[in-house]
Ligand binder design. Structure first.
Ligand code: NAG
Length: 335
């Protein structure tokens, strides 16, 4: 019942980078016409959705596992969500739209650091831009469009016609990764100020003045305490780096065609690329810089969290475990 983990090779390059690589190639070999009508993503090929649902034999096996995930998600939604809400455009802020390729993806932070940045390149029309030359902030041409920026009929048309996908990760691995990145790296001063100082003020019995001011030494148990504190979400929504995928991507209301997983990034990325019709140009970067093995990372951090808080935290992230078929981590001491 466990995700394959220790020692497994993970691509150092994230899915987003793959897209860029592919499209970079495509732009060189097959220049796109300068003007294209909005409603025809890629005339020369089937739309991603057609590819998904009328796939040929060789695609069947891959499709079966994707379909299994879709069905599991649907079942989990039926049994665990009470009533259907209606989405407002505000709920669609994390859905990034690529009109050129007929794609919608829900952006989940802390899967891949460069993912969002890379989409800039994906959506930029026909320009040859090396993604590595674009600094993560302060880029030209603005952010990719999100579904929330469109009118309701435009939203509905895209939801109907485009291939929708989301990539998820084991919730606690993602959470620990967010904690490590935002609270233990000295350069993340904005997060220390914004969240760290608050956490120290609220949860530390006898804080040093320096810690109160800088908020740069928040421990993982303190972070957990902050997350499960009801005041936290009453005051403001969770930051997107620790917000649940369930709340970011609304997987029970948006019917995702592909649910990709970080744990199976390579085959899932291939599947999405194939559906997006860009796999032919694919040059897979097989010799990644690093092979990260983070399967045991969460276990190490959770050792220092009391069973009481482990249980509360699990309840908080429960939907993400259920909807995306992640089993309860064995290291949890919740009973
Ligand atoms: C759900 O997870 C289990 C255990 O990891 C796995 O055997 C099963 O195939 C998964 N189901 C789907 C539909 O992905």
């Amino acid at each position: 019942m466990r995700m394959p983990r220790a020692g497994r090779l993970l691509l150092a390059t994230c899915l987003g980078s793959l897209f860029v690589l592919v499209l970079y190639f495509q732009n060189i070999t097959k220049p796109e016409p300068a003007v294209r009508t909005e409603s025809t993503p890629g005339k020369s090929r089937r739309s991603p959705l057609q590819t998904l649902y009328n796939g040929d034999q060789s695609e069947l096996a891959a499709q079966r596992s994707l379909q299994g995930r879709r069905e599991l998600l649907e079942q989990a939604c039926l049994s665990h969500t009470r009533k259907r809400q209606v989405l407002s455009p505000e709920d669609l802020k994390h859905l990034i739209v690529d009109d050129k390729h007929g794609l919608i993806y829900c952006y989940v932070p802390k899967l891949c650091t460069n993912w969002k940045r890379d989409l800039m390149v994906l959506t930029s029309d026909g320009r040859h831009v090396n993604p590595l030359d674009i600094p993560p902030t302060r880029r030209r041409g603005g952010s990719p469009r999100t579904l929330s920026e469109f009118t309701v009929p435009e939203i509905n048309r895209r939801l109907r016609d485009y291939l929708k996908f989301v990539f998820v990760r084991e919730p606690f691995e993602r959470l620990v990764s967010a904690y490590r990145n935002k609270f233990t790296r000295s350069y993340n001063t904005a997060f220390h100020k914004r969240y760290g100082t608050k956490i120290v003020r609220r949860n530390r019995p006898d804080p040093e003045p320096g810690a109160l001011e800088k908020g740069d030494d928040v421990s993982f148990p303190e972070f957990v305490q902050y997350l499960v504190d009801p005041r936290t979400q009453r005051e403001e929504p969770f930051n997107e780096h620790w917000e649940r995928v369930h709340s970011l991507c609304h997987p029970c209301m948006i019917h995702y065609d592909v649910v990709g997983k970080y744990e199976t990034l390579e085959p899932d990325a291939r599947a999405v690329l194939r559906l997006a019709g860009v796999e032919e140009a694919l040059q897979f970067p097989t010799s990644g810089k690093s092979t990260r093995t983070d399967g045991n990372m969460a276990a190490r951090f959770f050792k220092h969290v009391s069973p009481f808080y482990q249980k509360k935290l699990f309840n908080l992230y429960r939907m993400d475990f259920l909807l995306f078929n992640y089993s309860t981590p064995e290291y949890l001491r919740t009973r």
